[in-house]
Design a protein around this ligand. Structure first.
Ligand code: AMP
Ligand code: MG
Length: 400
């Protein structure tokens, strides 16, 4: 059986980032840059005051008590008017350009203000409270790298650079199909023997959370015709996700459909728990991940395989969940035959991160996953991890 890393590498090897499109700045949040962004301006554009106060020439001030004449006032958004003479000060506001000839700003609080002059209460240090031209970003700097996620700070930088259209990779369309004769969608009656299709809605929301566009194809019955018919509606998708129908049961026919009629299955089964029965291949030339049906297996396999695939389509550099190590609060036992992904709850306790399993770990128990914020990774061959040991964890986005 192949390992999680081998399986992920095979999936990622068959996927490339989608083409670029220009996106309005306000809509670029959560997208990934398709080119490096190089500044063509200095930020700040000129030396400017970091305080409300007085711009002075330090050499004029030999001691506290020195009087300086107020030459003029310089609000933010205006430019210095005229020359600056000896023993003069300019009343300056935060953000205004410092007048030529001045080399420090004294905070208003450190002066005594009279009608036409000020008295210096505290000696200034040369260059104090002056924000230098280009100290944040210099003309020609590579400010944002291709493949980074555009968050609020990046949006702010793009606005400073006046980029109203942002080059981003397109958002992937991700087809989602649940399968199972026992699975009822939300518009179907929950008759005897049926259960609700929770997977449809966890998958739709997981795709949305990453910035993908879900194309929901509903629930296919466990027969070839219905499966093929529903999958035929995935033609415009960049990735297909199915849930269920990939185990050993008589009606588990997703992998069969994935192997027939021009389709191709690259692998089936991955060495992990939960989530062993994972299938990957191409359906009508579209990469297709057959996720296992048990709700926790579906989500675990999504995080390990579908998430990196979607992020790669979106052009992201970082494809894996953020990893940390945390101190185990209670002992963990495992069979050791496969690497295990336990649902855990990481918390900050004083100076350290601690983690504890978030309840029962059966692959059908979604309620414990709803109380978790990470996977606890128990490696293959490990049968016990003692309380107090540091253990690797992967954090789910948006939960902590
Ligand atoms: P399967 O691999 O198709 O046998 O599915 C395994 C188990 O996962 C089934 O017995 C169901 O309990 C559960 N399951 C499958 N599909 C869904 C779904 N869409 N929503 C919730 N549970 C599901
Ligand atoms: Mg099934």
């Amino acid at each position: 059986m192949i390992t999680v890393k081998q399986a992920r590498d095979i999936i990622l090897g068959s996927i490339a980032a989608l083409p670029q499109e220009l996106v309005c700045l306000e809509d670029a949040i959560g997208r990934y840059l398709s080119t490096d962004i190089i500044s063509n301006i200095d930020i700040p554009p000129w030396d400017n005051s970091a305080m409300d106060g007085y711009a002075v020439h330090c050499a004029d001030i030999d001691d506290t008590g020195k009087q300086l004449k107020i030459a003029y006032e310089l609000p933010a958004g205006t430019t210095p008017k005229g020359p600056f003479g000896k023993d003069q000060a300019v009343r300056i506001m935060t953000g205004a350009p410092v007048p030529p000839g001045t080399d420090a700003v004294i905070m208003r609080e450190h002066t005594s203000e009279q009608d036409t002059y000020i008295i210096i209460d505290k000696l200034p240090k040369p260059h104090q409270h002056i924000r230098l031209k280009g100290e944040d970003i210099k003309n020609g700097d590579l400010v944002l790298r291709k493949g980074i996620r555009i968050g609020p700070a990046q949006i702010g930088i793009l606005a400073s650079l006046r980029r109203i259209l942002v080059p981003c990779h397109q958002r992937p369309a991700v087809a989602i199909l649940a399968t199972g004769d026992e699975i009822a969608d939300l518009d179907e009656e929950l008759s005897q023997g049926k259960i609700s299709s929770s997977n449809s809605y966890t998958l739709i929301s997981l795709v949305k959370e990453l910035g993908g566009i879900p194309i929901y194809l509903g629930v296919a019955r466990d027969n070839r015709e219905d499966l093929v018919e529903k999958l035929s509606q995935a033609k415009k998708a960049d990735l297909i996700l199915t849930s269920g129908g990939v185990s050993m049961g008589d009606y588990d026919i997703v992998k069969e459909v994935m192997s027939q009629g021009g389709n191709a299955m690259d692998f089936w089964k991955v060495e992990m728990k939960p989530g062993k029965p994972l299938a990957f291949g191409k359906i009508s030339d579209i990469p297709a991940i057959g996720l296992p049906g048990n709700p926790v297996s579906t989500m675990t396999s999504f995080y390990q395989f579908a998430r990196p695939a979607i992020l790669k389509l979106m052009g992201a550099n970082n494809l894996l969940l953020p990893a940390v190590s945390a101190k185990l609060v209670s002992e963990i036992k495992s069979t050791g035959d496969r690497p295990e992904y336990l649902r855990g709850l990481i918390e900050k306790n004083g100076p350290e991160l601690t983690v504890t399993p978030a309840g029962p770990q059966g692959s059908g128990i979604l309620s414990s996953l709803s109380r978790a914020n990470c996977f606890i990774l128990v490696s293959k061959g490990t049968t016990i991890v003692h309380k107090g040991k540091l253990i690797d964890c992967e954090i789910f986005e948006g939960t902590w």
